[in-house]
Ligand binder design. Structure first.
Ligand code: SF4
Ligand code: MG
Length: 336
């Protein structure tokens, strides 16, 4: 099956004190129609910058895509004009953000903002538009939808606002929905409801989804495929079952050890020692995870691990799985 979205060798950089630093460094992955792909990693790994690159929403003053392609249905989005991109955004690809209050306009009613999306991207007539807005609110489980259209964002709870954002995002039945930490800002009980809603909507609309999260519980619940990012790079890419049952990359393993397990009495959670290197302190050579890796070897500071196929459908960026690196040197834990 042809991919719907293909990110190919993407480099997105920020200019800091006159130098270009890459928050996304040679990232490639793809999403098939109707597939749910989760991008996971701690904050600062480049997940959000990646989604903003796809949507062409990078801060214009210092962020830019420097190299690579983002093909959507075969068209490279990085080559499109602002006008062409406006046409695709909200219609073919839409996005929901962590904090809906920043994406909604506080001085306009919910109905007005929803109507606007439909007006910009559909041929519906004026009287049909409001009816469609109300029915979209019904679809995302908002009761009193005919009254809610006349209210303002601040009159709604956080969970309701996120429902409105979801309604707006699916208004034009997009082929791809990008959701960046869509439940992080919500209360735990509301989180579960919103995730369930997203899952139901994804199924109903039949759209593909790129879900960005640091929460492996969400990944287990939602993903078909998982792309693990560390310090701007993809370090592992595989299907969800393989990720949970046969993880390879030491970073993925460490993330998995840090999830709270219901079935085990765990005194203390394993957190990963150390922090993600900042943009300005990215190692220039060798593996970017080396300072935190329990399996690091001396060579890991010298050789840049490449993202290679460990098995069919399972790519890993780590010298331990690099066939070109001699096995006798794969002695673990001798680094640092
Ligand atoms: Fe650890 Fe070395 Fe693999 Fe990096 S390349 S993840 S430091 S073993
Ligand atoms: Mg983020």
């Amino acid at each position: 099956q042809e991919p719907l979205l293909e990110v190919d060798g993407l480099h997105t950089g920020f200019t800091i004190d006159g130098d270009m630093h890459y928050a996304v460094n040679n990232v490639s992955f793809s999403v098939k129609p109707k597939e749910v792909v989760c991008i996971v990693g701690e904050s600062g790994c480049g997940k959000s910058v990646m989604s903003l690159s796809i949507m062409d929403l990078l801060p214009k003053h210092n962020g830019k895509i420097d190299k690579g392609a983002i093909r959507f249905q075969g068209r490279d989005l990085t080559m499109l004009s602002d006008k062409e991109m406006n046409h695709i955004r909200g219609r073919d690809i839409s996005m929901i953000f962590q904090e809906p209050m920043t994406a909604l306009n506080p001085v306009l009613t919910i109905g007005f903002q929803m109507d606007e999306v439909l007006m910009n991207h559909t041929d519906l007539k004026a009287d049909e538009i409001r009816r469609r807005s109300v029915s979209l609110l019904d679809q995302v489980g908002i009761s009193r939808s005919d009254q809610i259209v006349n209210e303002y964002p601040h009159q709604l709870s956080g969970g309701m606002r996120q429902r409105v954002m979801i309604a707006m995002a699916i208004a034009c039945q997009p082929k791809l929905l990008i959701a960046d930490e869509p439940t992080t800002a919500l209360d735990v009980t509301v989180q579960a409801q919103i995730l369930e809603l997203i899952q139901k909507i994804q199924d109903e609309v039949g759209m593909a989804m790129l879900l960005i999260t640091h929460d492996l519980g969400v990944v287990a619940e939602m993903a078909d495929r998982v792309v693990v990012m560390y310090a701007g790079q993809v370090v592992e890419d595989t299907d969800v079952d393989t990720l949970f049952h046969d993880p390879k990359h030491p970073y993925t393993k460490a993330l998995l050890r840090s999830i709270p397990r219901m079935d085990e009495k765990q005194e203390e959670l394993d957190t990963i020692k150390g922090i993600v290197p900042s943009l300005k302190n990215m190692p220039q050579q060798g593996c970017r995870f080396v300072d935190r890796c329990p399996e690091a070897m001396d060579k890991c500071r010298e050789i840049d691990p490449q993202l290679g196929e460990e098995a069919q459908n399972h790519a890993v960026r780590c010298l331990l799985y690099d066939a070109s690196f001699p096995n006798e040197q794969k002695q673990r834990g001798v680094g640092s």
